[in-house]
Design a protein around this ligand. Structure first.
Ligand SMILES: Cc1cc2nc3c(=O)[nH]c(=O)nc-3n(C[C@H](O)[C@H](O)[C@H](O)COP(=O)(O)OP(=O)(O)OC[C@H]3O[C@@H](n4cnc5c(N)ncnc54)[C@H](O)[C@@H]3O)c2cc1C
Length: 477
């Protein structure tokens, strides 16, 4: 029997783990944290359950790519999708004008844009044709567009703003479409069109919440893993990778146990792999590249308990711009239920992990007063922006919690608390992928830290890596 040791129990690690275990492999997942899930973990404050990362599943619609993958993994039956507002799946707030509502569906969103900016209809039609062409080129996502969709005429490695310019989309229309890059913690001027098409495409096609948040996906994956005889070891960070000339000989965990397997998958940040191997685990050129590549942005997330349901937010995902052109994303998860729930909202802004550089190395629960003051100021900025747009929420905020890049680092050990691993910008791994294997031939890099981000992206990653390992397409039974 072949065996695999997987570092990390995020979506990507668990997806590969379930598939390999189901193929008869002996699988062990080592997880540093006390609970599995990586960025899909939830945490509790009083009567509230909040999500660390998860807000919606892109491509989660009835005809989207997420459901067949979840079905194949045996977890679809466990996920209850929550209804969103199909006419206003995304509400984008723009200064001094009515918000722009993007409905569910790529065609519907195109039509909404053409209705809002009729003078740009031809340009928008050109842009959406390029978007569909790029989506259709990705086998996993091709089901979102008609099979005879022509390929794009533009290079998918150029930034989305350049594609919008070439198509003639300008002004507010360009800003509104470009802001969808924010779903990826990216800016449109740096986001390769190919990556944008995957994200914007799957988001527009249907971005569903799930009852129970990230755990709704993680817990059933863990259950399937165990049913197939796999093991998940939490509070067991990989502490050292032992290797000889060309391959890993064992991975040692924090408790000093040595784990030996035929194959090792690392879904953690590649800088963490470098730390675990020490010098010589990768070719010097790759070590240098990982050191030099910037990380994706990190995040400040604010959770606010409310005394009344924020009905104005409806069941939409909201985007707005804050001062300094940071993208602000917010929603009220409690609004997505038919029955009454304790009302609350979640809001997030992407920021550089370096914003908290001076407090790195401080321990959770013992951070200094100036860090706490910095956090309070970010909370006020974010909630101030939301209450400016929705004054009815202002008097209803009863309690506030927040997380910062330091929290993201504590959760998943991504360098600088990066939300999506290494930067996916044009010229970084978005257009110039890192190799999945390097010096140590039984080690594969996997997961969003090096590959596709997002729940769907990380799940696809898990399928691709497990499929490559066993040498067959595991997406079909
Ligand atoms: C704030 C935020 C909001 C987001 N919102 C959405 C959203 O709404 N929709 C969406 O699709 N995506 C969203 N994402 C992205 C999505 O959460 C991620 O793309 C996905 O969860 C990544 O999964 P992964 O398995 O690749 O990585 P991770 O979840 O980072 O998993 C890596 C795992 O490796 C573990 N690990 C690290 N080092 C070690 C070690 N030495 N030993 C053992 N274990 C180790 C970590 O603890 C972690 O569990 C969001 C991300 C963030 C940060």
């Amino acid at each position: 029997m072949s065996s695999a040791l997987i570092i990390g129990s995020g979506v990507s690690g668990l997806t590969s783990a379930v598939l390999l275990a189901e193929q008869g492999w002996q699988v062990t997942v080592l997880e540093a944290h006390a609970i599995p899930g990586g960025l899909m973990q939830r945490f509790r404050r009083g009567p509230y359950w909040f999500d660390t990362g998860f807000h919606f599943i892109t491509g989660g619609g009835p005809n989207g790519p997420f459901r067949p993958l979840a079905e194949r993994l045996g977890i679809l039956k466990d996920i209850q999708f929550l209804k969103h507002d199909v006419k206003s799946q995304f509400r984008i707030h723009v200064p001094n004008e009515a918000p722009v509502d993007l409905p569910t569906g790529i065609d519907e969103s195109e039509e909404a844009c053409c209705t809002r900016w009729p003078e740009q209809r031809d340009a928008l039609t050109r842009f959406f044709a390029e978007l569909r062409g790029c989506i259709a080129q990705k086998t996993w996502l091709a089901m979102l567009v008609p099979t005879n969709t022509p390929p794009p005429t533009i290079d998918p490695n150029i930034p989305v703003t350049e594609v919008l310019d070439r198509c003639g989309v300008h002004g507010l229309a360009k800003e509104v479409i470009g802001c969808l890059a924010g779903i990826l913690a990216m800016k449109p001027e740096f986001t390769p069109m190919g990556l944008f098409s995957a994200f914007a495409g799957t988001s527009l096609a249907g971005s569903y919440r799930a009852e129970g948040g990230g755990e709704a996906i993680i817990n059933p994956l863990v259950a399937r893993l165990k049913e197939h005889g796999g093991k998940l070891l939490t509070n067991r960070a990989a502490a050292r990778i032992h290797f000889d000339e060309r391959e890993i000989t064992a991975i040692e965990d924090v408790k000093g146990n040595q784990h030996v397997a035929d194959l090792y998958l690392a879904t953690c940040h590649p800088a963490e792999v470098m730390r675990l191997t020490g010098p010589g685990g990768m070719r010097p050129s790759l070590e240098e590249r990982i050191r030099d590549l910037p990380d994706s942005d990190s995040v400040v997330l604010v959770y606010a308990a409310l005394s009344a349901a924020p009905t104005e937010l409806g069941r939409s995902h909201h985007f707005a711009q804050m001062k300094g052109s940071n993208d602000l994303y917010y929603l009220s998860p409690s609004n997505f239920y038919d029955e009454e729930k304790l009302p609350y909202l979640e809001a997030m802004v992407w920021i550089s992990g370096d914003s908290v550089a001076q407090w790195r190395g401080t321990a959770k629960g013992k951070r200094p007063a100036d860090y706490e003051a910095w956090k309070r100021a970010r909370e006020q900025e974010i909630l101030g922006e939301i209450t400016k747009l929705h004054p009815s929420i202002a008097g209803t905020i009863t309690r506030i919690w927040s997380s910062t890049p330091l929290s993201v680092y504590d959760y998943v050990r991504s360098r600088n608390g990066s939300a999506m691993g290494l930067s996916h910008n044009v010229g970084h791994i978005g257009t110039d992928p890192l190799p999945r294997r390097n010096r140590l031939k039984n080690l594969f890099f996997a997961g969003q830290n090096i590959g596709h981000p997002g729940v769907l992206g990380a799940m696809i990653e898990g399928f691709v890596i497990a499929g490559a390992t066993v040498g067959k397409d595991l997406s079909v039974n």
